[in-house]
Design a protein around this ligand. Sequence first.
Ligand code: PMP
Length: 385
Amino acid sequence: MRAQLDKLEFAHTTQFHTDPALALAEEVLRFAGPHFTGGAVFFTSGGSEAIESALKLARQYQVEIGQAKRHRILSRKQAYHGATFGAMAVSGNRQRRDMYLPMLRTDLQVNTPYCYRCEYGCSDCAAQYAKEVDAVFDSMDNEAAAMILEPISGATLGAVAPPDAYLSQVAQACSQRGALLIADEVMTGFGRTGTNFAVDHWSIAPDIMVVGKGIASGYAPLGAVIASARVVDAIANGTGTLIHGFTYNSHPVSMTAALAVLHEINNQNLVRQATSLGATLRNELKRLNDCESVGDIRGRGLLWAIEFVADRRTKRPFPREVTLAPKLAAASAKRGVMVYPMQGCADGTLGDHILVAPPAVITEAEIQHAVEELREAIRETEHNP
Ligand code: PMP
């Protein structure tokens, strides 16, 4: 990054390409797999900017292919896609958006599969949840431009993976209805869940992927939209220009940071490591099941969540005022273990969970130690909430 600063600190993308940006785009496309061959990458300064860009890209794609009527975005309840207006409009995280609702242009949302509190009693639920998508597309009367979803729910529901058949059915519904599928991989991308991207668990090929966080691993502010050839070609063969941009697109210093990060991910086999360490983390976390407030322990790779309940039999959440998750996170931090507390997983308001998402360079011994400290923090908090 310092060498890049000495060479060239900035060049505006309306007039210049830089070597690190071209190199990173190639690397990212390779990392995204064969489905993105011939695609393109649009680099932003973070996840929310990338979500905005993906929504606009989906709209421009539809206009370019002669579907100007398609402008609506189908999204899911209990999702988080970012802090900006477009991202909030397609999010479902009530705590983060309710106050702004009068200012947002919202559209229809479907339920997110959530096994622990399944709307369909876990009976044929993949098909049932996918049917909701079909029904909303029907009601949108060929006006849908895209559907956006987190393949594995991040913060809002807490590391919830869908039932196996769900995502392929949703992808099929999108392609049959002429809507693009946008996968928000801001939290799950770049190996977090043990595959390069969360969609890889089910071999789904979204038209657009949105990434952030792990792409530069905190060394520089960076997000990206990864577009498949189908989307890129529509614009290349149409007007030829994406009508959208930010000053700091493809910032050269962020590009060099991400190139170095990707190099380490590949060289140290960190994705494979997220799978093997993920198995250890799962086994250790599952032992917390004997704590009386632990309702559910779920996740993939190195993205895990624990949901806490006041009554395990009925799954009744704690009253919100108890602020169980924040208290637990504070008790855990006191013991040197940082977790991410959230409230609202059960119904948008009630429900406490913590995310446990260590870096892929953690050791087995550190995992064991962290989970033991977490056990003490849970015991302390549940006995005196
Ligand atoms: N999408 C998801 C799934 C996220 O988790 C986040 C950040 N928590 C965002 C989008 C927004 O990213 P940023 O905070 O970098 O704008």
